[in-house]
Design a binder for this molecule. Structure first.
Ligand SMILES: Cc1cc2nc3c(=O)[nH]c(=O)nc-3n(C[C@H](O)[C@H](O)[C@H](O)COP(=O)(O)OP(=O)(O)OC[C@H]3O[C@@H](n4cnc5c(N)ncnc54)[C@H](O)[C@@H]3O)c2cc1C
Length: 377
């Protein structure tokens, strides 16, 4: 294969079959910007995902919201083991919901079904001042493609991120049922090993329980009744007993991020730009804002501007505040809350209690969690 001899094919090549790459392709579909989406092996991981109300607005603008099945989150109850709690309610913000829980696979299916895609993988690329030359592969077959701009939306799998922190935590993800479910309420509970979230999902709860790797191995090995008893011990009695648990899976948790502009004529968005701890459900929401803002810039750009250094620099600048706020916020929560040091536990409890009696502080925090640091929509 002589990649360089192929004619230019597209303005924008998007590598990634996840929700962020799909959202970008959808936002550009039907526009003068020509797009090739390269999806690789599509990962239809069966796991729940919480979308903020801000992400709903983006999906509505993409015409994809009505087909995404979801459970609304009207109230978020935040607590730590020991003392300290606060409650956020959608009514305090004049919104119908703070967020929504859906399935990753269903979201991707809705977004992906609407734009053409190639099942090839991005194997490599080389860029110069004028273009980026992609090397794509599927099985034994290779081919080349040329683009003005390559957007990496592959979850970070094709690049080594510059900054990384291993949280030494694993998320155990499973569906559970509770004796006294509370419709529309999501729970985030901080424990010494990591945060535990219970999200309303279908007619059950989705559990995302971050623990140290040794505890994850132990929890995975427990019988269902023992696992549920341990969950109740950590979570408390608010929902009564837990009655059933589905298959449990684990995800290693780390923070990884790198430059938004990894190379000439290349941009990274979504998890390819920053992979966050799932605490407070920020990762995909941030990625959808990356995709939305990039799409608006591409739609406004003249063809020759697409992928040029000034275009890349402008995008990196426009996303910096939101991106670093998301990285800093989740990293802060994990590091401050995931320990049992008595003075810190006291300070955290006091912080949560203060939030509870200070509506403006709560509003500030909730707005940023819903719309991002730039309060987008
Ligand atoms: C346990 C857990 C719970 C989470 N909960 C939440 C939550 O509640 N809310 C939230 O906002 N975020 C949450 N997140 C984060 C969220 O899942 C990610 O931020 C989101 O999936 C990022 O989407 P993406 O499209 O950027 O990347 P991904 O979802 O990783 O998708 C990348 C895609 O690119 C494909 N790909 C890989 N390599 C190539 C290649 N070489 N060529 C072509 N394609 C390729 C992959 O197969 C995949 O389909 C959670 C994460 C975890 C681990």
């Amino acid at each position: 294969m002589v990649v360089a001899e192929l004619p230019p094919e597209v303005d924008v090549a998007i590598a990634g079959g996840g929700p962020v790459g799909c959202a970008l392709a959808l936002a550009l579909s039907g526009s003068p910007v020509s797009v090739a989406r390269i999806a690789g092996e599509v990962d239809f991981a069966e796991r729940p995902i919480a979308l903020s109300y801000g992400s709903r607005l983006i999906l509505e603008r993409l015409g994809a919201w009505n087909s995404v099945p979801n459970n609304p989150i009207e109230t978020i109850h935040v607590s730590q083991q020991g003392f300290g709690r606060t409650v956020m309610r959608c009514a305090d913000h004049g919104l119908p919901a703070l967020g929504y829980v859906t399935a990753y696979s269903e979201l991707v299916a809705q977004l992906a079904g609407r734009t053409p895609v190639s099942a090839e993988s991005l194997r490599d690329w080389k860029s110069n001042d004028d273009e980026v030359v992609l090397q794509l592969s599927r099985g034994e077959k290779d081919r080349g493609m040329r683009a003005r701009l390559l957007v990496l939306a592959d979850g970070g799998q094709s690049r080594r991120m510059r900054y990384a922190r291993d949280y030494r935590q694993q998320a155990i993800v499973a569906e559970v049922t509770a004796e006294h479910p509370r419709a529309g309420v999501a729970w985030e509970r901080f424990t010494a090993e990591g945060p535990l979230a219970l999200l309303p999902f279908r007619d059950r709860y989705a559990l995302v329980w971050s623990v140290r790797p040794a505890s994850a191995a132990e929890l995975l090995g427990l019988s269902d009744p023992d696992f549920l008893a341990r969950l109740r011990e950590i979570f408390g009695a608010r929902l009564g007993n837990f009655g059933w648990v589905g298959p449990r899976s684990t995800f290693p948790l780390s923070l990884r991020y790198g430059r938004t502009v990894p190379a000439t004529r290349v941009l990274a968005i979504g998890n390819a730009a920053q992979t966050l701890h799932p605490v407070a459900g920020q990762g995909l929401n941030l990625g959808l804002r990356d995709a939305w803002e990039l799409a608006q810039m591409l739609l406004d750009a003249a063809k020759e501007e697409i992928g040029a250094p000034r275009f890349l620099a402008r995008f990196a600048r426009s996303r910096a505040v939101d991106r670093y706020a998301g990285i800093g916020f989740t990293d802060f929560l994990v590091r401050i809350f995931s320990n049992s040091l008595a003075p810190l536990a006291l300070a955290r409890g006091a912080g949560l209690a203060a939030l509870d009696v200070l509506p403006p502080a709560r509003r500030f925090l909730a707005r940023r969690m819903i719309f991002g640091a730039r309060a987008l929509p």
